[in-house]
Ligand binder design. Sequence first.
Ligand code: ATP
Ligand code: MG
Length: 512
Amino acid sequence: MSNPDQDGKIFVGKGAKREFLALPFGNRHGLVTGATGTGKTVTLQTMAEGFSRAGVPVFAADVKGDLSGIAAPGEAKDPFVKRAKDIGFEYETDEFPVVFWDLFGEQGHPIRATVFEMGPLLLSRILDLNDVQEGVINIVFRYADEEFGKVDAANKGLIDIKDLREVLSYLASSEEAKAIAARYGNVAQATVGTVQRQLLVLENQGATKFFGAPALDIHDFMRTGARGRGTINILAADKLMQSPRLYATFLLWLMSEMFEQLPEVGDLDKPKLVFFFDEAHLLFNDAPKALLDKIEQVVRLIRSKGVGVYFVTQNPLDVPDSVLAQLGNRVQHALRAFTPRDQKAVKAAADTFRPNPALDTAAVITELGKGEALVSFLEGNGTPAMVDRALIRPPSARVGPVTAAERAAIIAKSPLKGRYDTAVDPESAYEILQKRRGGGAQAQPAGEATSQGEGGGLVGGLGSVLGGIFGGGAQRRGRMSAGEVMVKQVARTVGSEVGRAIIRGVLGSLKK
Ligand SMILES: Nc1ncnc2c1ncn2[C@@H]1O[C@H](COP(=O)(O)OP(=O)(O)OP(=O)(O)O)[C@@H](O)[C@H]1O
Ligand SMILES: [Mg+2]
């Protein structure tokens, strides 16, 4: 037997019994933890290969470059051959369809989102804005919708950070500022100044490349390649790791895009897409509370879209409790227990497992060898299995990095070649407002009738409907279930981009 996977199950390793990740529970999320050098990335690779074999596309952040080898055929190295034999199968190398991505566009296709797609609430969370500043961002979106909605139905003129900055400054300091204040509420110079400074933080981390066009169509992450295998999308994240806020921005945007664009699905026999985020602590470490809440919420909601999220990090304590509670499939590699603090972490990690009378979980965590782990996957009706001490299956593709030449060759024959590689800078808010400031009289962009067009009316109308239902404090207290119903109702009635922006608004305002 050369491939030990079974129907509907990914073979992950073997302990007292063979351990499988059941595909129907693939969207119930997961966690891979362990000290440095204990086998986390290799386990991630094994799981990603398993999903791909089963036809499930994968998206994985490659933090150290050592996951990129998944794009190259494996080699039958002795330790792998032996490990395979130990756990009951004959080692075979294999190949998987891989697409490389890079937010900076250097080591793969660039990934971009427009400012409009990010939406006012996510933006405010990422910029860590207070209510007043968030109010200004909301005015930016409302103003842009009314002013530019006719010329740019998809993005309302809000493509890149330059557009956002220009609208912000226009609201506060143009000749129109008074009229705008009368219509939307006052926009104080000082508030705009603070928001602009927060934008600078994001820009300094490289966000200027991320916000732009052509924006990613998330369906491009959900392709299958040769032999019906799920495409493994590898994001070069080495440089990105130095920009934790951009990394968090990107991750959150990606998950909310999934949430907003994918239909609600019932229980599937396998996930539609699985994410792996290596070095996940970077995501949680500096994140403001509001952002953490948002991550928790999106992780919780995305499951019903058939999307699984797997965090990879050194210690389970790196992950906030509320998120941890949602991660059903667990692989715990070795932890060290030198200091009292280490010991506490070991104990905490052990306590997250369903005990096995035959194992002293906490003791075993400190004894595990490389590529060995305590595992517990969801089984039966979705309960965690009793913890087992297992040897992890070696990956079938290469372990370690691809060379620059190999990467270039794979990029050159990518099925997505040419689609995102060149940035475009269409006429958007920046250009239009610059002209308007210069030209004075030409206050209306070409093709636009009046700033009170139907688009604006629609926003106003829906806004008040939502306001009526969620109104005031109720908005903050609103229960998720009620919110989800609302989101669905709005989605049904409004298929437009404006509708999507508002759905973002609704989603963003929900608290847990
Ligand atoms: N399942 C396995 N079978 C055989 N060898 C393994 C296995 N898992 C890990 N190894 C060996 O251990 C080495 C280190 O593993 P890996 O890179 O996954 O560690 P890590 O926990 O991701 O470390 P870091 O925290 O430094 O990123 C691998 O290069 C490989 O040689
Ligand atoms: Mg690693």
